[in-house]
Design a binder for this molecule. Structure first.
Ligand SMILES: Nc1ncnc2c1ncn2[C@@H]1O[C@H](C[S@+](CC[C@H]([NH3+])C(=O)[O-])CC(=O)[O-])[C@@H](O)[C@H]1O
Ligand SMILES: O=C(O)C(=O)Cc1ccccc1
Length: 254
């Protein structure tokens, strides 16, 4: 599944109307219907997503090391993978994109093939809880850890920290929960205002909210920071926040 490949037809991209009409309250899944609308869905749903992606390139440029592996865990259609690809300046680095949704990985292959950067990308359709990790300089979890069961998160982060070279990093982006109920309500209202400003109706917002309730479990910033330190990272900093969406940089000492 790695490059080089002849650039195929661009995948058809649709507007996200998945929650526009009344539907059964099924849990959200990363299936073919989500994969088809995903670029539109994530851009209109996650405040800051369109800023975070190019910054992943900037961060990768700073921390990628010669002869190392870089991983994008939960790569979806490869937006963060491509940002990493563009940030890596060493031809002897290896870049891996991992996602357990076959619908995402199939489409991701097309997006990788359309991008003209020569660095090979290896895509794995695997569970990130079991994927092999070693010799890492930059690993990205861009809005993926939130979909992992909370009791599995420590083991995954510990595995990433152990696989990370001195001076390497984890970029961790997450929807977060706030300690204070007042702040939680205010930031949630602002997030919903953002979605409304991007054309989502109240019905779409409320049906999506119910669908993700049991599958996207946000935690507080304090919980994330402490767990990253416990996992073996030496320093954790927030480099981006917009409402209840945050991106952190966890660094292993050089
Ligand atoms: N256990 C798992 N193993 C592998 N993949 C998983 C697992 N659980 C969830 N996923 C995958 O994690 C991705 C999360 S989306 C990432 C966006 C991307 N990073 C981006 O920068 O565009 C974020 C969002 O939709 O808010 C989906 O593709 C899931 O299939
Ligand atoms: O849409 C939302 O309300 C979110 O919290 C973000 C999101 C984005 C894409 C898939 C699932 C959740």
């Amino acid at each position: 599944m790695s490059k080089p490949k002849s650039p195929g037809k661009p995948p058809e991209q649709a507007t996200d109307r998945l929650f526009a009409t009344e539907r059964r309250p099924d849990d959200f899944r990363f299936d073919a219907s989500v994969a088809r609308v995903f670029p539109d869905m994530i851009r209109r749903s996650v405040p800051g997503y369109t800023t975070i992606i190019p910054m992943i390139e900037v961060i990768t440029e700073q921390y990628a090391q010669a002869g190392s592996n870089c991983y994008d865990l939960g790569c979806s259609l490869g937006a963060s993978t491509l940002a990493m690809r563009h940030g890596i300046s060493y031809p002897d680095c290896s870049l891996f994109g991992v996602d357990n949704s076959s619908a995402m990985i199939e489409r991701c292959e097309h997006y990788i093939a359309l991008d003209d950067n020569p660095m090979p990308v290896t895509l794995r359709c695997e569970d990130i809880l079991h994927t092999e990790l070693s010799n890492a300089s930059v690993t990205t979890l861009n809005f993926t850890l939130q979909f992992i069961a909370p009791e599995e998160r420590s083991a995954l982060l510990t595995r990433i920290a152990r696989a990370t070279r001195p001076g390497g990093v984890l970029i961790l982006s997450e929807k977060i929960q706030f300690e204070s109920e007042r702040e939680q309500n205010t930031q949630t209202r602002l997030h919903h205002d953002f979605k409304r400003a991007n054309g989502y109706s109240d019905l779409e917002i409320s049906q999506k909210r119910s669908a993700i309730e049991r599958v996207l479990i946000p935690e507080t910033l304090a919980a994330h920071k402490q767990r990253l330190l416990d996992a073996g990272f030496d320093d954790v900093m927030v480099w981006y926040q917009c409402f209840n969406f945050v991106s952190m940089l966890a660094i292993k000492n050089g």
